[in-house]
Design a protein around this ligand. Structure first.
Ligand SMILES: *Cc1c(COP(=O)(O)O)cnc(C)c1O
Length: 363
């Protein structure tokens, strides 16, 4: 198959860029976006980079009714020398195709889309902030656009990439969070869409999140949807526990989202020669480990925070305080290493970073 070319239409005016201190997550968008259409019989076509702008859809567009959509999330980082780089972008496109498969959305050309993302970031490179801990968040997504109210896979789609400069997740240094274990609501079940990155999973998670926030917890820990016993994820992050020197994370069982940060953490731990196990973990087992004084650390992993240490788990009336609610040594080491690689501060022995451009234009 011949590779498409990307039409580029540059914006006539440039928006004002926010100051580093004003950066919040996902509110401000760069000057350009990438768009591409799918029509059955033609395939993906019309790949273009155009000025950031609203899109017009028919009110009958299937995305509004049955939620056939997928998304991704990755970041571009500015290194000390001023160059811009991505972190494992090919993994995001690979995962997007797995989500596509589950949602019956036509597959994308992964290598072509990594190129398209690189080109978009290069065009908007001035939007990659340079203050400590800041980055450019990249959001590729696909929506079904065909105007039709029948329940069926659509014949028309749009693939879009938008980008937003984001501030440091940790304003005052990496900080442990309090988590409530969710016993009533579930995020996903085996056979459902839990392992696909699709909006519906998020819609399903809002209720539980709203309740625990009112009670002073920052996220929920999701249990399996059948027995409500086994640990799955924490908020929209994967989760790790250090018990008696061993690092354990729930095995990918069909309802857990296969995080790229999760994969990177496992890779690093193995590289360091630490024992890391992917298996089923029950909340009861973690509570027993805590009672015996063996639960040493716990943390979430995801693109937004990279590592989010868990200081307390609230479960069935019990407050499980981990590592005196302080960031553990291992959590800190994993965080420093992954962010070190992302920002080009330390060597990248696994070739995880992908250079976008060398220039040091910032302002
Ligand atoms: C995106 C996501 C993650 C984390 O994936 P990363 O690739 O590490 O960012 C974990 N859980 C859920 C539910 C997610 O949507």
């Amino acid at each position: 198959m011949e590779e498409q070319s990307i039409r580029v239409e540059l914006s006539q005016s440039k928006k004002e860029k926010p100051k580093a201190v004003e950066l919040v997550f996902g509110r401000i968008f760069t000057d350009h976006m990438f768009v591409m259409d799918y029509t059955e019989g033609i395939g993906w076509h019309n790949a273009s980079i155009v000025p950031y702008q609203p899109i017009t859809l028919d009110p009958a567009a299937m995305i509004f009714h049955y939620g056939q959509s997928v998304f991704e999330g990755l970041k571009a980082f500015r290194t000390k020398s001023g160059s811009v780089q991505l972190f494992r972008p090919e993994k995001n496109m690979e995962r997007m195709n797995r989500s596509n498969e589950r949602l019956v959305i036509p597959p994308i050309d992964e290598a072509f889309l990594v190129k398209a993302i690189k080109k978009l970031v290069e065009i908007d490179q001035e939007w990659v902030p340079d203050a400590e801990g800041t980055s450019l968040y990249i959001r590729p997504f696909i929506i079904s656009t065909e105007p039709f109210l029948g329940v069926a896979p659509a014949h028309q789609y749009k693939f879009i990439v938008i980008m937003s400069p984001v501030g440091s997740y940790y304003k005052e240094g990496i900080n442990p969070v309090k988590i409530a274990v969710e016993n009533k609501y579930v995020r996903a079940v085996k056979g459902g869409t839990g392992e696909a990155k699709t909006g519906g999973n998020y819609a399903a998670s809002l209720k539980a999140q709203e309740i625990v926030e009112k009670e002073g917890y920052s996220q929920v820990l999701w249990l399996d949807g059948v027995e409500r016993k086994y640990i799955e994820e924490v908020g929209s992050m994967n989760v790790f526990f250090k018990v008696n020197g061993e690092i354990i994370t729930p095995a990918l069982n069909g309802s857990i989202l296969p995080g790229i940060t999760r994969d990177s953490v496992i890779h690093l731990l193995k590289h360091w020669g630490l024992p890391v196990t992917e298996r089923r973990i029950s909340m009861e087992e973690m509570y027993d480990a805590y009672e015996k004084g063996e639960l040493e650390e716990a943390f979430g992993s995801g693109t937004a925070a990279v590592i989010s240490p868990i200081g307390e788990l609230y479960w069935e009336g019990k407050h499980i305080v981990i590592n005196e609610c302080k960031t553990g040594e291992l959590s800190k080491k994993v965080y420093d290493t992954i962010t070190g690689i992302q920002y080009g501060k330390i060597e990248d022995p696994f070739n995880w970073t992908v250079k976008v451009c060398e220039t040091s234009k910032v302002k």
